[in-house]
Design a protein around this ligand. Structure first.
Ligand SMILES: NC(=O)c1ccc[n+]([C@@H]2O[C@H](COP(=O)([O-])OP(=O)(O)OC[C@H]3O[C@@H](n4cnc5c(N)ncnc54)[C@H](OP(=O)(O)O)[C@@H]3O)[C@@H](O)[C@H]2O)c1
Length: 258
């Protein structure tokens, strides 16, 4: 098979990408995958040390990478961060809305503060970044918006609380964005992880029995790793996926099919 053929389908050379929460976990793996496929990548998250480490690692791999430290829960900060990120390599062609918090009180004990904090990062920020970058992508005739959702958008377990609601909103947001911008070459899709061993669920990982149960809930028989998202992200960001939009792709080891 010719490399030219594969490059024509999947290369991200010459594109720019913005990955929220791109310094750790799934976002870090997606950022690396996009960058190694040719995109210039800007990571946006709060923690400076993690951002610096990720950027240094990506540059060490020969990738073009930069970072913006910002709290996406704050709307003014988000708007400033979006401008700052776009100033590095140009307006992004690829937007990955991956940053999220999972504050786990059961719904009965969940206060307005947790609801607001969850929605601000998990749903409002993806909406606001879409409003900021989607129209420009449409005007340029090419764009890729990718949201990272959760099983809890589709079924309740381990205290879905506000988190599951915010993630369910992302599925509908991708469809609304697809309706608005796909006629102009912008695809908008959602990836749904299963249970992935990252910082986000560090507390759950302290219970080996629970971890084994979650692995058994997949058809493949293991929990997810951040690198499991590399291929799906590059594919959906690529020209090859130009006719796929408004869709939800489960990257979950078969958990949802089980
Ligand atoms: N791990 C799983 O099992 C699993 C399952 C389903 C879905 N997901 C989804 O996968 C995505 C990535 O999560 P992960 O598992 O890779 O965990 P993670 O490493 O904790 O990633 C979350 C990222 O979001 C960033 N973030 C959180 N709040 C932010 C804010 N206010 N402003 C800017 N950035 C913020 C964090 O960076 P800072 O703290 O530095 O800001 C962090 O890099 C999330 O959308 C999550 O809901 C994960």
């Amino acid at each position: 098979m010719s490399n030219d053929y594969l490059s024509g389908l999947f290369s991200l050379d010459g594109t720019t990408a913005l990955v929220t929460g791109g310094a750790t976990g799934i976002g870090r793996a997606i950022a690396e995958a996009l960058a190694r496929a040719g995109a210039s990548v800007v990571l946006v998250a709060r923690r400076e040390a993690e951002l610096d480490k990720a950027v240094a690692e990506l540059r060490g791999l020969g990738c073009r990478a930069a970072r913006v430290s910002a709290d996406l829960a704050d709307r003014d900060t988000l708007k400033r961060a979006a401008d700052e990120a776009a100033a590095v390599f140009g307006e992004p062609d690829i937007l990955v809305n991956n940053a999220a918090v999972n504050l786990r009180p059961p719904l009965g004990e969940l206060g307005e503060d947790v609801w607001d904090a969850t929605m601000a990062v998990n749903l409002d920020a993806p909406f606001l970044l879409g409003q900021r970058f989607g129209p420009g992508m449409a005007e340029r005739g090419f764009g890729r918006i990718l949201h990272i959702s959760s099983q809890q958008a589709f079924r309740a377990f381990v205290s879905s609380g506000a988190y599951g609601v915010s993630k369910a909103g992302l599925t509908a947001l991708a469809r609304s964005q697809a309706e608005a911008w796909s006629p102009h070459g912008v695809t908008c899709n959602t990836l749904v992880p299963g249970f992935v061993l990252t910082e986000l669920n560090r507390r759950l990982q302290e219970d080996p029995e629970r971890i084994a149960q979650l692995a058994a809930a997949t058809t493949i028989g293991r929990n997810g790793l951040p690198e499991d998202f590399a291929g799906a992200a590059v594919f959906l960001a690529s020209r090859a996926a130009g006719y796929i939009t408004g869709q939800t792709l489960f990257v979950d080891g078969g958990m949802a099919a089980h």
